[in-house]
Design a protein around this ligand. Structure first.
Ligand code: F6R
Length: 379
């Protein structure tokens, strides 16, 4: 069933272009045009879920929590809705004050994560006997609509990734991201927070992503495999990013630590100078995600330069033809030149491959890392 791949994780990494295509087909109205009056997105969610919406709170764990952080960025920046993201295990025991007109989203690929289910059940329960504007509005984002999550919440977005076997989440993460893009676009459209032009640009960009992921897989995998050989004995890694790519730095670090057992941390690049920079020396490589187009690009490059001054080996996830980046970074993991707002869907791919190849080279059980289970059904 691995279809010639050495591990399920690698097979699932390769399934990602197809997963993005499937999700876009499921969520987008293909005949949408700004002038024909149809909404661009159809998530089959009832309008009352969105009525008078004042805030969104998201609960999740692990990789799903990282996808939720990207979601927060999109919901706030595209649709203008104040959004919080909490670890489900923390939310439950310190629930925020009850606010009216709140949408609570639980994100769990398995639909069985105990902490996420418990947080949602708590929220449902405490809102049940409240005045109408406080009533529970619960939405689940999951790859398993038939799971326990499906029984708990009244509405779901199905992420259509197919069963994921590798313990490290890859294709389900990508699918969660696509779900959040479409949810944010849907809300932005309904609330009219985006111009028709910006909307069209984002939709067009989304449709190009599968081919861009394919490019990275085709062109880079062998190179990343070779690069990974140089890091089999590395003990610590730092991943940095800003803005919408900060959660991708966290995700790159989590992928690496869970399957290779190498200590890795993700930081918002601007935070390095407030402590973590003390860790850096020639033994600690720094992976920086630098996508041109916004203010974050220059800022990440200057944060990367600060790391270089501490002798860290610098690896850049950045488009190839950017002269400035090529000079700063010792190694490049090139990605397509995509709009910064869409870039997480491409920037995470080389980081998945890097983690995979380091772990595989170390001879580890990539699909079944020690101490981990695919579904964490205990609190
Ligand atoms: C990381 C990973 C875990 C899960 C987490 C939540 O690769 O797989 O961090 O993301 O246990 O799982 P779900 O999404 O099933 O709730």
């Amino acid at each position: 069933e691995k279809q010639g791949f050495r591990h399920f994780m690698l097979k699932e990494i390769y399934e990602q272009p197809g997963v993005v295509r499937t999700c876009l087909e499921a969520y987008l109205n293909s005949d949408w045009h700004s002038s024909n009056g149809k909404p661009p997105v159809n998530l089959s969610l009832p309008a009352e879920l969105y009525t008078d919406l004042e805030q969104i709170q998201i609960v999740a764990c692990g990789t799903s929590w990282h996808a939720s952080l990207v979601g927060k960025y999109l919901l706030e920046q595209l649709a203008g809705i104040p959004t919080t993201v909490q670890y489900a295990s923390e939310f439950r025991y310190a629930p925020p004050p009850l606010m009216p007109n709140t949408l609570t989203i639980g994100v769990t690929q398995s639909g069985e994560t105990a902490d996420t289910l418990a947080a949602l059940a708590m929220e449902k329960e405490r809102r049940m006997n409240q005045p109408p504007q406080f009533k529970p509005r619960l939405l689940g984002i999951t790859n398993r609509p038939e799971s326990s999550l499906g029984l708990l919440v009244s509405h779901l977005i199905d992420t259509h990734a197919g069963i994921e076997i590798g313990v490290a989440a890859t294709k389900t993460f990508i699918a969660q991201l696509v779900a959040f893009y479409c949810l944010a676009i849907d809300l932005a459209y309904r609330r009219q927070t985006l111009s028709a032009d910006s909307l069209e640009k984002i939709l067009e960009g989304l449709r190009l992503l599968p081919a861009e992921i394919e490019m990275i897989l085709e062109v880079q995998e062998r190179y990343i495999e070779e690069l990974a050989h140089g890091f089999v004995d590395t003990q610590d890694f730092i991943f940095i990013g800003r803005g919408i790519n900060y959660p991708i730095a966290l995700e790159g670090a989590l992928k690496l630590k869970e399957i290779s057992y190498i200590h890795a941390e993700g930081y918002p690049a601007g935070e390095m100078k407030h402590g973590p920079i003390a860790l850096l020396d020639a033994k600690v490589p720094v992976v920086a995600i630098a996508m041109p187009g916004g203010v974050n690009y220059e800022k990440v490059l200057s944060n990367a330069q600060e790391a270089k001054a501490r002798d860290s080996q610098l690896i850049g996830v950045t488009p190839k033809d950017e002269g400035e980046a090529a000079e700063i970074f010792d190694r490049l993991l090139p990605v397509a030149m995509v709009d910064e707002i869409l870039s997480p869907i491409v920037t995470v791919i080389p980081l998945q491959l890097l983690a995979y190849h380091i772990a595989a080279r170390r001879g580890l059980d990539v699909d079944q890392p020690r101490n981990l289970a695919k579904s964490v059904t205990v609190e």
